[in-house]
Ligand binder design. Structure first.
Ligand code: FMN
Length: 371
C-alpha cells in the first residue's frame, strides 16, 4: 500500500531573518525552490511610510509567494504601511513580528515586548487586515520571561481571534528572556514543541506553523502531521542547498531537485541584470547569498574563499566580482554533489540546541508558573 504524503496541504517557509532574508537572498531561494514560502527580513512599518526602506521585488519579481514582515505597535502606521506595500504584486502575506527580543524593540515597545499587550497586538493585526485582502499573520514566542506553559500566549491568541485579525500563527517554540541578547534568545531558552502542538489542538481552526531549532526536512517530517507548516531559519541559512529539497518534499510526483551549479548560474544571470540596472549595488549584499551554497561539499572552503574575495572587492567593479565567482563556478561545475540532510553545525556560528522541555536552572522562571 502506498503511504500518504504527510506534506499534502502543508507549507515550508524560510524564517524572516534580519540582514539575511534580503530580496537578493530570497531571489536565490526562489531559484532553489518554487514552493518555499518566503519571508522578508523585519521592516519597521514607519520606514515604509517614510520611504526609507521597502524590500521590493520590482526589479525581477519572484514566482514564489512572499510575506512582508512588519514591526510596529501603532495600528494606523501598520495600516498605512500595508496599504503602501499592497501596491506591489509581490506579497501574498503581511506578518507582524511579536518575537523580536532586541533592546531596540523593547525600548520602542514592539517585537516580543508586545506579548504583554494582547489588545494592542489584536488592534495592530486588525488594522493590517483592514488594509488588505491578502493574508495577515502573527509571529511570536511561547511567552516572555516566564515559562507559563503558554497561558499568556493563549490570552494573546484569544484577543486576536476575537477581532478576527489573524489568518496564521507562527510560533517560535521557546519563550524570550528580555535580559538576553538576541543571539542568546535564539538558542538558550529551551525549545518546547509540545506547547506548540497543544496550541494547535486547542485552536484547530487557526493554521499554526512551528518554528525553532528544526535542522532538516527529515526532522520536520516528524512534526508536520501535528501542525500546518514548518518554518526553518538558520538551517537553511547555513546550508541553502537544502532549500532545493523543498519542492520534492512537498510534491514528490512533480518535482526533482535543481542542480546547485545550475542554480548558481541562474543567480549569476540575475546578478548581471542587477549590475546593469542598479550599478551602485553593493557586492556584499548581492553575492553573500552564494557563500554557503556548497556547504559540506568537496572544495566548499575554496568556494567560500572565492565568494569572500568577490565580496571584499572595494575598488574594482561589480563585474570583476561577478567574473571571480563565475570562474570559481566553472571549476566545480563537474564535481559530483551529494546533498545530505544530516549536516553538521559544528563549524558554524549558530548552533541548534536539541529540543528539551525542562529549562536549565539558570532559566528557571523567577515567578512561579501558573498551573
Ligand atoms: C540572524 C537572524 C536574524 C533574525 N531576524 C529576525 C527577523 O527579522 N524577524 C523575526 O521574526 N525573527 C528573526 N529571527 C528569528 C528567526 O526568524 C527564527 O524565529 C529563529 O531563528 C528560530 O528558527 P531557527 O531555529 O530555524 O533558526 C532572526 C534569527 C536570526 C538567526
Amino acid at each position: 500500500m502506498t503511504q500518504l504524503n504527510p506534506w499534502i496541504g502543508k507549507s515550508i517557509s524560510i524564517a524572516p531573518m534580519l540582514k539575511v532574508t534580503t530580496p537578493h537572498y530570497l531571489k536565490l531561494l526562489s531559484i532553489l525552490s518554487k514552493h518555499i514560502q518566503l519571508y522578508s527580513e523585519m521592516t519597521i512599518a514607519r520606514s515604509i511610510i517614510e520611504n526609507t526602506h521597502v524590500p521590493c521585488f520590482a526589479l525581477e519579481p519572484v514566482q514564489n509567494t512572499v510575506a512582508l514582515q512588519l514591526a510596529g505597535n501603532n495600528p494606523s502606521e501598520l495600516h498605512k504601511a500595508v496599504s503602501i506595500a499592497n501596491r506591489q504584486p509581490s506579497y501574498n502575506e503581511y506578518n507582524l513580528n511579536v518575537g523580536c527580543p532586541s533592546k531596540r524593540a523593547g525600548a520602542g515597545l514592539f517585537g516580543v515586548a508586545l506579548m504583554e499587550h494582547p489588545q494592542t497586538v489584536a488592534l495592530c493585526l486588525r488594522a493590517m487586515k483592514d488594509a488588505t485582502h491578502r493574508k495577515v499573520s502573527l509571529k511570536c514566542r511561547l511567552g516572555i520571561n516566564v515559562d507559563d506553559n503558554g497561558q499568556s500566549l493563549r490570552k494573546l491568541i484569544d484577543a486576536v481571534l476575537k477581532l478576527n485579525a489573524c489568518d496564521t500563527l507562527i510560533l517560535h517554540s521557546r519563550i524570550a528572556i528580555t535580559k538576553f541578547k538576541p543571539k542568546d534568545n535564539w538558542t538558550i531558552p529551551p525549545l518546547n514543541y509540545e506547547t506548540t502542538f497543544k496550541i494547535k489542538q486547542e485552536y484547530p481552526e487557526l493554521p499554526v506553523i512551528i518554528n525553532g531549532g528544526i535542522s532538516s526536512l527529515q526532522q520536520a517530517q516528524n512534526y508536520i502531521h501535528k501542525v500546518d507548516g514548518i518554518m526553518i531559519g538558520r538551517a537553511f541559512e547555513n546550508q541553502p542547498a537544502l532549500v532545493s529539497l523543498v519542492d520534492k518534499t512537498l510534491h514528490p510526483q512533480i518535482h526533482s531537485t535543481i542542480n546547485i551549479p545550475d542554480a548558481v548560474s541562474q543567480y549569476l544571470k540575475y546578478a548581471e541584470h542587477v549590475i546593469s540596472s542598479q550599478p551602485h549595488t553593493h557586492p556584499h549584499g548581492l553575492f553573500l547569498p552564494l557563500m554557503h551554497l556548497f556547504h559540506n561539499q568537496k572544495n566548499a572552503r575554496s568556494w567560500r574563499i572565492a565568494v569572500g574575495n568577490a565580496l571584499k572587492k572595494q575598488n574594482s567593479s561589480l563585474q570583476d566580482s561577478l567574473n571571480e565567482i563565475k570562474k570559481a563556478l566553472e571549476e566545480r561545475k563537474h564535481l559530483p554533489l551529494s546533498l545530505s540532510e544530516n549536516f553538521s553545525h559544528a563549524k558554524r556560528e549558530h548552533q541548534h540546541p536539541s529540543p528539551v522541555t525542562t529549562p536549565p536552572d539558570s532559566l528557571k522562571p523567577s515567578t512561579p508558573a501558573k498551573p
